[in-house]
Write a protein that binds this ligand. Structure first.
Ligand SMILES: [Zn+2]
Length: 243
C-alpha cells in the first residue's frame, strides 16, 4: 500500500503544498578574485566577483534567479562553514561540483555572428580550404570563461539589440562569464588542454570526475549560458542567454 502511495506521489509530481513558499537561498556558482583574472574589468574599489543562482529553469533572461556581487575582498568578514541550502532543487544539472579554478589566459577571435559579412565570407572560405572550423577550432574558446568574446549562437539566431541589453536600465551589456556544458567540443577536441589525456575517462589522481566536464553543470542540451553584465551599472541583474 505504501509503495502504491509513493508511485502515485511520484506520478503527481511535487505537491506545491509541501514546498516552502518563502524565498530560497541562492547557491554559489563562481567566485573570482581580480588578481586571478587581471584582464577582467572590476568596478572601482572591488576585487571580488561572486555569481550566485537558483538551480532551476529560470536562469535565462534577466531575473533575481541569477545575481552578481562585486565587492572588496577585505570586507568579507565571516565565511560560513555551512552556507544555507535551498529546500529543493528544481534542476540538478544546475548544481555545480565544487572546483578549484586555475585560470589561464586564452587568445581568441570574435564569434562568426560578430564578423562583418565580407570578412565572415573570407574567413569561412579560408577555413574550408584548411579543413578547420572557425567556430569550433579557431574563434571563441569553449568551457567556463570570464570575459573574452561571447559564445557563438549554436542552435538559435543571434540575439538582437532588443534582447541584448540590461533588463534593469536598457543600457548596453558585455560578456562577463560563459557557463559551458563542457570544456572542449568536437570529436578532435582542438581546445583540449595537453595535460588532459583523451583516453583517461577518469583522470588518475585528479580531484574531478571528468576533465571535460569538471563542474557537471549542463545548460539545456549541452549549450552555453552566456552571462552579460550591465556596462553602466555592473551591480544590475545580469542578462543571460542560452547560446
Ligand atoms: Zn543596467
Amino acid at each position: 500500500m505504501q509503495e502504491q502511495e509513493m508511485v502515485e506521489q511520484l506520478r503527481a509530481g511535487h505537491d506545491p503544498k509541501l514546498l516552502p513558499s518563502e524565498p530560497q537561498p541562492l547557491i554559489p556558482l563562481v567566485q573570482l578574485y581580480a588578481r586571478d583574472v587581471p584582464t577582467l574589468p572590476f568596478p572601482q574599489g572591488n576585487d571580488l566577483l561572486q555569481v550566485l543562482w537558483a538551480p532551476g529553469y529560470g536562469i535565462e533572461g534577466c531575473s533575481a534567479d541569477v545575481q552578481v556581487r562585486w565587492r572588496p575582498a577585505s570586507q568579507v568578514r565571516q565565511v560560513l562553514r555551512t552556507p544555507p541550502e535551498p529546500a529543493y532543487v528544481e534542476c540538478d544539472d544546475h548544481v555545480p561540483e565544487p572546483c578549484l579554478l586555475h585560470p589561464e589566459p586564452v587568445r581568441e577571435f570574435p564569434p562568426g555572428h560578430l564578423l562583418d559579412e565580407a570578412l565572415d565570407e573570407r574567413v569561412y572560405r579560408w577555413c574550408a580550404q584548411q579543413s578547420v572550423s572557425y567556430q569550433s577550432d579557431l574563434s571563441v574558446a569553449p568551457g567556463w570563461k570570464a570575459g573574452g568574446w561571447p559564445a557563438p549562437f549554436t542552435f538559435r539566431d543571434p540575439a538582437g539589440r532588443d534582447e541584448l541589453c540590461c533588463g534593469e536600465c536598457g543600457g548596453p551589456v558585455e560578456a562577463l562569464l560563459s557557463i559551458d556544458s563542457s570544456e572542449w567540443h568536437g570529436a578532435d577536441g582542438s581546445w583540449r588542454p595537453v595535460e588532459a589525456d583523451p583516453e583517461a575517462a577518469k583522470p588518475v589522481g585528479h580531484p574531478y570526475r571528468s576533465h571535460a566536464k569538471p563542474t557537471k553543470v549542463v545548460i539545456g542540451r549541452g549549450y552555453t549560458l552566456q552571462v552579460y553584465s550591465c556596462v553602466g551599472t555592473p551591480s544590475h541583474l545580469p542578462r543571460t542567454i542560452m547560446q
